[in-house]
Design a protein around this ligand. Sequence first.
Ligand SMILES: C[S@@+](CC[C@H](N)C(=O)[O-])C[C@H]1O[C@@H](n2cnc3c(N)ncnc32)[C@H](O)[C@@H]1O
Length: 233
Amino acid sequence: MIDPEKVRRFWQGRAAVAGKVAFESVANLEQDQSNLQLKIDDETAKVFDWLPAVAGMSVLDLGAGVGQWSFRFAERGATRVLAVEYAQGLVEIAEVEARRRGMEQVEFQVCSAEGFDTRECFDLVFISGLFVYLNDDQARSLLDRLAGFVRPGGLLMVRDGTGVGVRHEINDRFSEHLGEFYSATYRTRDDYLREIEGRGIELLRDENMFEEGHPLNKYPETRLHLFMFRRPA
Ligand SMILES: C[S@@+](CC[C@H](N)C(=O)[O-])C[C@H]1O[C@@H](n2cnc3c(N)ncnc32)[C@H](O)[C@@H]1O
């Protein structure tokens, strides 16, 4: 299993690349400029095509990085966005950016996703690129409380890397693209559905983020996947 301390150090270290790579690349790790724009454009279009209008919604963004998705919810009229992120340096970057954009409705909280708890229920809980960095114990500890963060009738959207057919793990391997040692766990789509079953959330739809042949399907072992769940009313 991946080592949570190594993963945490990796993410704490990402604050140091701010200013050297595009703002979005700090957390989404796509450092090729043309791939980055394609990623932003295609993913944003799909996510907001699947979601109902977010104007007036409250949103919990877990593993928010520098807040890039939080800002997209706020831009589209979400009235409250709570962005939870455990890397203090990333939160500091995000808070400067939120002030620069005048987005007072976005609040950042430094906390691990598996340790986060609240009595507040949100219209939408959004989890993007987080589960791949949680080991199984961390993932279960988050899943145990997740339904409670969604208001009855509210939505949970998960956008995360998945293994094609089988679970795929990268355990402390050097990445040429990032110039760092890197760890991540790509659970299969079925692993996600099995883990979520019986936890008070129902699947509405799911599919790979990019169609086959898309240039951002870079590795044969993995696919970025989008799931939309609902907590029954
Ligand atoms: C790939 S980035 C995704 C950022 C953002 N959600 C997005 O989609 O652009 C993963 C983020 O999850 C954060 N993260 C990883 N493990 C975490 C944990 N256990 N608790 C909270 N945040 C975590 C990292 O620090 C990083 O900012």
